[in-house]
Design a protein around this ligand. Structure first.
Ligand code: AMP
Length: 114
């Protein structure tokens, strides 16, 4: 966990431009953006992925989504549209073992469900 890149961001061992932080979550731009707007939101406490969520974490999950909607508005992608993604484990392509939410927007993202 100590070598985890998002843990290092939370612990200030890796410097990134924090675009939002509160008691529960931290947000920053993705280093390798897949769309014009690509923001990552992580909890301030370590959670490996959605499989490790416990009832006490519900407020954090709610906060992640709430802040996603606030940042979408701040970055003016709320009207054009955006996608929120949480990858969990190998088949979803989760590469960093620290729960994180992607906000993607600023262009047409294509259909992934239908
Ligand atoms: P995932 O595939 O869901 O695990 O996504 C991990 C994301 O973290 C990828 O989109 C990476 O580009 C992003 N990422 C990796 N290292 C950093 C970093 N130092 N700062 C910001 N984003 C990062």
């Amino acid at each position: 966990m100590k070598n985890n890149i998002f843990s290092k961001i939370i612990n200030n061992e890796i410097k990134v431009k924090i675009i939002y932080k509160d008691k529960y979550v931290t947000a920053f731009n993705d280093i390798n953006p897949k769309s014009p707007i690509h923001i990552i939101i992580i909890p301030n406490i370590y959670i490996k992925n959605l499989n490790y969520i416990i009832k006490d974490n519900i407020i954090i999950l709610g906060r992640m989504l709430f802040i996603a909607s606030k940042l979408a508005k701040k970055y003016k992608i709320n009207k054009s549209g955006y996608r929120v993604v949480i990858n969990c484990n190998k088949n979803a392509g989760q590469k960093i073992n620290y729960l994180h939410l992607h906000i993607l927007g600023g262009c047409y993202l294509g259909d992934i469900i239908n």
